[in-house]
Ligand binder design. Structure first.
Ligand SMILES: [Zn+2]
Length: 256
């Protein structure tokens, strides 16, 4: 839909043949509206509005490097010690999603070969809607994070794989973490490109969490629920995610 076919005022949009329709949120970007596309996911209507924005200004501190460790529970940890919690809303939704999934597995139709009951189908639809909502919130949070990173750093070190997601026992946590990881990487790469910022992916099985960033010694095992640990070799005490982020930063610096 080109920009002469619709009109936006506050939180309403005027669409041909439909008239004024309420948007669930106001447009947050100030720029020339180029066009829009309407789509439907999990029974809900979405409008993607294309806005022309000035280029993300390149980082002023080109040599500043940062490592970013994406979490399962928190959104991300940075090598400078900052932990970004992510919104409360998405955590609440994830809890809700876990409950819905549990109740789904008890409904008639959950077992293989069993005929799916109406309740099962209804519950599955609710889950799809909630999942789409979580994806939207996460994507929005990730946009803020990736823009901040590209504006403030010249070199950004990240993991190659979504290792934490893969380690997680929860199928659901894994799928949410997966979705967030790929969205993060996608956004970061295109924003970094337009701002001439370097993104360095660590090699595939780089032990970012297990390596002590002070002496380089590797911890034996480090289950996901261990949030803090002390290096047996040099005695340094680590916040798991921040230590991983520091290793990712060092890796990026050594490989640029
Ligand atoms: Zn150590």
């Amino acid at each position: 839909m080109s920009n002469d076919q619709f009109e936006i005022k506050d939180s309403f949009v005027k669409i041909p043949n439909l008239g004024w329709v309420k948007l669930s949120e106001q447009l947050r970007f100030d720029g020339k509206i180029l066009g829009a596309a309407i789509s439907r996911t999990a029974g809900k209507w979405y409008m993607a509005i294309q806005v022309e924005m000035p280029n993300i200004s390149a980082s002023t501190s080109k040599n500043q490097a940062v490592g970013v460790d994406l979490g399962v529970k928190v959104l991300a940890a940075l090598s400078d010690g900052t932990e970004i919690a992510g919104s409360k809303a998405s955590r609440t939704h994830e809890k809700q999603l876990r409950r819905l999934n549990q109740s789904l597995s008890r409904k008639v139709g959950a077992k293989k070969g069993e005929k799916k009951s109406a309740n099962f189908i209804k519950a599955r639809k609710r889950i799809a809607r909630l999942y789409a909502r979580i994806a939207n919130i996460r994507s929005d949070e990730t946009h803020k994070l990736t823009t901040m990173l590209v504006q403030n750093y010249g070199i950004i070190g990240i993991e190659h794989l979504n290792v934490k997601g893969m380690m997680s026992n929860h199928k659901l946590a894994r799928s949410v973490a997966d979705m967030s990881f790929f969205e993060f990487r996608r956004q970061l790469e295109y924003k970094a490109e337009s701002a001439a910022v370097k993104v360095v992916l660590a090699y595939k099985w780089f032990p970012s969490s297990k390596t002590c960033n002070v002496c380089g010694e590797k911890a034996d095992g480090l289950p996901l629920n261990v949030r803090e640990w002390t290096c047996m070799h040099c005695g340094s005490h680590h916040n798991r995610d921040v230590n991983a982020a520091i290793n990712l930063r060092n890796y990026a610096l050594a490989n640029t």
